[in-house]
Design a protein around this ligand. Structure first.
Ligand SMILES: [Zn+2]
Ligand SMILES: [Zn+2]
Length: 345
């Protein structure tokens, strides 16, 4: 029985990441809070603690629905065991492999930090864009888009190989473009923290626009748009903290007044099913590949954007979005014509 409680205790310490914090408190040497390890021992637990606060607030407001957390919870459990270790190994492997091919070397200074962050966002954009536009990668990324509500636990909802695939692309791009490896870890740390924060739910932060910052950085509101399946919102806002690359590549989309966000993915899903959110897209892809006539079509299903069809009847995000904008334009024109006619009469 004691073992059981010990195991629960260890897991809690691990989940909240408070192990280092407790160690420093016990040692009595508070000055070590000023070191890098000390600093992370304070910052690290903030995120899981805020998640628990979010759940508590939802409970108090009677808006708590355990089902909103189910997909994220099971993904978290599975990833905690396998995903994390492969990811760290992949990062170290990529640094070792590509550092000698870097176009130039940068140092650990504030201006190279800014450079590094812009490069990191570029690398993140590439990984995330491919995650939405290449069907095989969408199979990995779609787990993150499966939850039908937004809350902090969604940042734990990932297919266990996605972190590895993301880190291979992001590390490789950053290292090749000369980002200093210790700097890369600092950036990854900030990005991980901020990337969790932008999933904050509506009942904890209503509009999520962060005031004047809305104009300059990517806010929870922008990321809510990214998680929406409304035609206008699909496949937009791929960045994480700085949204320069969304603006440059034309994927920037602010939240429209009066257009309520519908979270989730467009295909019919078994509501709140963990298995469907984890493996559903793989099953659909296998079915399409199996049915497709000829080797070329089979190949194209794997690498073309989700919704691509060998019959030419594509249901991709860009087709859906263009059709929606066209119907809006038609609607506005009709409205205008009726108004004009009424004015003449
Ligand atoms: Zn995404
Ligand atoms: Zn997200």
């Amino acid at each position: 029985m004691i073992h059981f409680f010990q195991a629960i205790y260890d897991w809690m310490i691990g989940f909240f990441g408070v192990g280092n914090f407790i160690k420093i408190i016990n040692s009595g040497d508070y000055s070590s809070f000023l070191t890098y390890d000390g600093f992370t021992s304070i910052i690290g637990p903030l995120f899981p603690i805020v998640l628990v606060i979010e759940i508590l607030v939802a409970l108090v407001l009677r808006k708590f629905n355990a089902i909103d957390y189910k997909i994220s919870f099971f993904s978290y459990v599975l990833n905690a065991f396998i995903g994390r270790f492969i990811s760290i190994a992949a990062i170290i492997f990529c640094i070792g492999l590509f550092e000698k091919y870097a176009i130039f070397k940068t140092t650990f200074t504030w201006y190279w930090f800014i450079y590094g962050y812009i490069v990191w966002e570029f690398a993140h954009f590439i990984y995330h864009y491919l995650g939405h536009k290449v069907r095989l990668f969408w199979c990995l990324h779609s787990t993150h888009h499966a939850p039908q509500t937004m809350n902090l636990s969604v940042s734990y909802a990932h297919f266990f190989l996605e972190g590895t695939y993301a880190d291979i692309i992001r590390t490789t791009v950053c290292i090749l473009l000369g980002v200093n490896p210790p700097m890369l870890f600092v950036i990854m740390f900030i990005d991980g923290f901020y990337g969790g924060f932008i999933h904050i739910g509506e009942h904890l932060m209503k509009d999520g626009k962060l005031g004047f910052l809305y104009k300059y950085i990517l806010t929870p509101s922008h990321h809510r748009v990214h998680h929406a399946k409304n035609p206008l919102y699909m496949d937009t806002n791929f960045c994480n903290l700085l949204n320069i690359w969304d603006r440059i590549f034309g994927t920037y989309q602010p939240e429209e007044k009066g257009l309520a966000i519908e979270y989730g993915i467009t295909r019919e899903m078994k509501p709140n099913s963990f298995l469907d959110s984890y493996f559903g897209e793989f099953a659909c892809l296998l079915k399409d590949v199996y049915k497709a006539p000829g080797l070329k079509n089979k190949f194209l299903y794997i690498f073309m954007p989700p919704g691509w069809s060998h019959t030419g009847d594509h249901k991709t995000a860009s087709v859906t979005r263009t059709e929606f904008m066209e119907s809006q334009r038609q609607f506005n024109q009709n409205e205008f014509e009726t108004l004009e006619k009424e004015a003449v009469v």
